[in-house]
Design a protein around this ligand. Structure first.
Ligand code: HEM
Length: 215
């Protein structure tokens, strides 16, 4: 039987392709969007990570979610520096979540509060993605909008505390494989991962509606 890390990756593969090739991501990677669209996207990430990371402390001692809570992954401080760079010192006053983002953050919060296994699904979907495709997005953003390499504007994508992402991802997969859950719960976590991808894609869809290329 496949390991849990393989199961969850395989189960979300199709949706990963859909996310990667979504209009918003293709436009972003194709260098076709203005910096305002990138700032709006970064702002949406702030709500997502606020939900993920405000729940993290409480879950640190949880037998299922606890092993995943690692300080070197935390992204909120980096997002805040990026937003200050993108929006200026008063960035916080202008923060606004798209309805799709609010739905996504709410779902994370429900899992963080009531279902550690579901929280793991959201944790995996974001942080392992940020450590992987996130690096491609960073490279594009630096080139398209002229941010300093690994500097303000793209700090979200820079994991100072993870010098070797490939090794980190391997150990992360080991953690997934060690999750103490029965088959049914693993199926539920996998389904939550698919839901996490759907929630991400909905945010992309809303962003591409807000920033159509003809604008
Ligand atoms: C243009 C956008 C994206 C690109 C170019 C991209 C690219 C990649 C690549 C190359 C990997 C493989 C890394 C490896 O095997 O070591 C990966 C893995 C991953 N990506 Fe993405 N990705 C993108 C968007 C996303 C999004 C939007 C999400 C979810 C929010 C996501 C979640 C993940 C996850 C969870 C993995 C880890 C899969 C695993 O090994 O278990 N990615 N991505």
């Amino acid at each position: 039987m496949d390991s849990f890390s393989t199961l969850i990756r395989t189960a979300s593969h199709e949706q990963h392709v859909a996310a990667e090739t979504s209009t918003f991501m293709s436009d972003l990677l194709g260098g076709r969007l203005g910096v305002a669209a990138y700032a709006r996207y970064t702002e949406q990430l702030w709500f997502v990570y606020e939900a993920l990371e405000s729940g993290a402390g409480r879950l640190a001692a949880d037998p299922v979610a606890g092993p995943f809570i690692r300080p070197e992954l935390l992204r909120l401080a980096a997002l805040e520096r990026d937003l200050a760079h993108l929006r200026g010192p008063h960035w916080r006053a202008g923060l606004s979540a798209l309805p799709a983002t609010r739905a996504y953050a709410n779902r994370i919060r429900v899992c963080a509060t009531h279902w550690p296994g579901g929280y793991v699904a959201h944790h995996y979907t974001r942080y392992l993605g940020d450590l992987s495709g996130g690096q491609i997005i960073r490279d594009r953003a630096e080139k398209t909008w002229g941010f300093a390499k690994k500097g303000d504007g793209v700090r979200f994508y820079v994991f100072e505390g993870v010098p070797n992402p490939a090794a980190f991802k391997r150990s992360y997969r080991d953690l997934l494989d060690a999750v103490d859950a029965d088959e049914l719960e693993k199926q539920r976590i996998t389904a939550e991962c698919r839901r996490a991808f759907t929630l991400n894609t909905a945010v992309f869809h809303a962003l591409s509606t807000e920033f159509p290329l003809t604008a």
